[in-house]
Design a protein around this ligand. Sequence first.
Ligand SMILES: [Zn+2]
Length: 458
Amino acid sequence: MASRANHYVLLSCALLCAAALLCFQFVGRAAGDQPSKSVAASGIPVISDIRLAGDDKQTRFIIDLDKTISFRAFPLADPYRVVLDIPQVSFQLPASVGTTGRGLIKAFRYGLVMPGGSRIVFDLSGPARIANSYVLEAANGQPPRLVLELEEVDRTTFVQSLSPDNRPELRSAIATAKDTMVTTVATIEAKAEVAAEPAAAPDGPAGAMGKPAPTPDKPDAAADLRPVIVIDPGHGGIDNGTQSGNEYEKTLVLGFGLALRDRIEKSGKYRVVMTRTDDTFIPLNDRVKIARNQSAALFVSIHADALPRREGDAQGATIYTLSDRASDAEAERLAEVENKADAIGGVNLTEEPTDVADILIDLAQRETRTFSNRFARLLMGEMKTATRMHKHPLKSAGFRVLKAPDVPSVLIELGYVSNKDDLEHLVSENWRSRTVGSVAHAIDAFFAKRLETAGPAN
Ligand SMILES: [Zn+2]
């Protein structure tokens, strides 16, 4: 039973990622918010207002639209959330909308989660059920509306309202599996299951967005023997990351990632794959999957940190690698914050093979970890010539995005958007070009030995 649960979890995960990869590869940069004129011309529906009404027992959420749309609403557990999936829309709303809630809704976020698909995620103050949801045609001078009515329930009722694969009991099955698997025989079997995992994609239940998930092809990858570098700009779409004024982490790190791609592609020595090239949400697992499916030789995740004001000020860049135990309290806090991206984006967390994966990964990880650490040290050596580093620039913690067991992976926090000087750097083209150059140098140094032994790249 336990092993079946594991398998199911791995399978649904593979499907989810395949779906995301497919969209990522074929639709590319078609997504993203567009100015309202072209929105009207392109027929993308516009959300012009959002209102909340009611109290702690019953809360109503109303969206004003310019045309009716289809939708799908479902609850998620731990933390209590409701997800509303709709076709891609243009959100023409004041920036503050969603930061405070009312009644059962603590707060909500909205944005693109995939090309052609937008999402609104509600954080609930407690367990609630979707009592009613419907779309109204324009009538009596009112525009078309989408209405969602939530009603307070107890946890048992809430859990029963979840679809079977969203239920938290699945997690205890996984936890049990973890306990029983700590024997030599079981771990060998488990290793085989990991090896077989990519082949498990074709048929099965739908992915997170309820869409079929065929296995994506790898375009021309077989003929190209150059090392693959995956660049992973953090956050995106519904998940803004850290923020200072109008500067969003998701935008800053995308700019840096694209500049880094252009820089290292120019040498012709590497094939570069981006986890995202536009303002789209990508679940953490999918980022790892992209690295694994591409058989990447290096995975570089790019972020920008922020320190809550009450915790004082911090500045400079930090380079993180994976470890089970955080190197210090700040690294632990950061990993916790970065790992929340999936909850923010409305991903069903019970689908992630968290506990099982931790054990399997430990086995394959040791050698990879040596390479990750080596790259992190090279990176620090180069980056400190270009930018200010944090006083403890090399740290480690349990970042989900660094968990590809066979791909050396690092996460760079470029600086703190909460620090005035760092933010000045982060938005400066001059700084970016300099720092991108230093990262590119470190990548060259990392691969120098390998390219030597492999012969000339071209
Ligand atoms: Zn981040």
